[in-house]
Design a protein around this ligand. Structure first.
Ligand code: DGL
Length: 271
């Protein structure tokens, strides 16, 4: 990874990027380790959801947006807090930006270490579950396990609605659980990888839908540790309130403000 060795300005932010609110699950973990870190939380609401888009479209969007954001906000580090964007575009973003870029990897390795039944479920977006990146993780860490995958794009919409204070029909969560349970061997699933950063935001509802005896694993805490490691020893001081940055001005951002404030994001900006 090529990046400048110069010492960042104390107010230089850590920029977390996702298509929507999913990356807030990563921000929550980051706050525990680096409460003093200035943060920009960027949501590409104009492009949400990513899961149904092509690889080319996602790569072009993510590279273009992160280039513009890096130029405007001069972050010390960017975290692509989105499995879909990360499994597709991480390499390209690293090639074009001269700062550290932290990606999001489906937590197959920890899930393989945790499962007792040997059957792991993986919930992700349509784009994530078809990535060779996921095949490689499976081959490397879970070749002696059964890994069942299903796309659950409705959970992205559910998490977005939940954070806007809207009520979501429990049927949505049951359907996602059924997508894994109904596959051969699915009744033995004891560990589920939440391979989309939106999904930890609805983990309680998913736990209810799967029933007892199922553990959920996601990458958020590991990503936060990686960011803390890469910024170790750097001076950090917030010069102003942390920003929630959106790619499109939208009436429904207003409904998100209480949730954003709960994550310490006190200002809204539009790119
Ligand atoms: N939060 C994103 C992820 O981790 C994707 C949601 C979407 O835009 O489809 O995959």
């Amino acid at each position: 990874m090529a990046h400048s060795e110069s010492i960042p300005d104390p107010a230089s932010p850590i920029l977390l990027f996702d298509s929507g609110v999913g990356g807030l699950s990563v921000l929550a973990e980051l706050r525990k380790l680096l409460p003093q870190a200035p943060v920009i939380y960027a949501a590409d609401n104009a492009g949400l959801p990513y899961g149904g888009k092509s690889e080319a479209e996602i790569a072009a969007r993510v590279c273009g947006l992160l280039g513009r954001m890096a130029e405007r906000y001069r972050p010390r580090l960017i975290c692509i807090a989105c499995n879909t964007a990360s499994t597709i575009a991480l390499g390209m973003v690293r090639d074009v930006l001269q700062i550290p870029i932290v990606g999001t990897v489906p937590a197959i390795k920890p899930a393989a270490a945790l499962t007792r039944s040997g059957v792991i479920g993986l919930l992700g977006t349509e784009a994530t579950i078809r990535q060779g990146y996921v095949d490689r993780l499976e081959a490397e860490f879970a070749s002696d396990k059964l890994l069942l995958r299903t796309a659950a794009p409705e959970l992205v919409i559910a998490a977005e609605a939940k954070l806007r204070g809207q009520v979501v029909d429990a049927e949505v969560y049951r359907k996602a659980a059924e997508g894994l349970r109904s596959q051969p061997g699915g009744e033995k699933i004891d560990t589920v990888v939440l391979a989309c950063t939106h999904f930890p935001l609805v983990a309680e509802e998913l736990a209810e839908a799967f029933g007892p005896g199922v553990r959920f694993v996601d990458g958020a805490a590991g990503i936060a540790r990686r960011i803390a490691h890469l910024t170790e020893g750097q001076n950090m001081a917030r010069a102003a309130k942390d920003v929630a940055l959106f790619t499109r001005s939208d009436a429904d951002i207003k409904a998100l403000i209480p949730a954003l404030e709960g994550y310490g994001l006190g200002r809204v900006e539009i790119l």
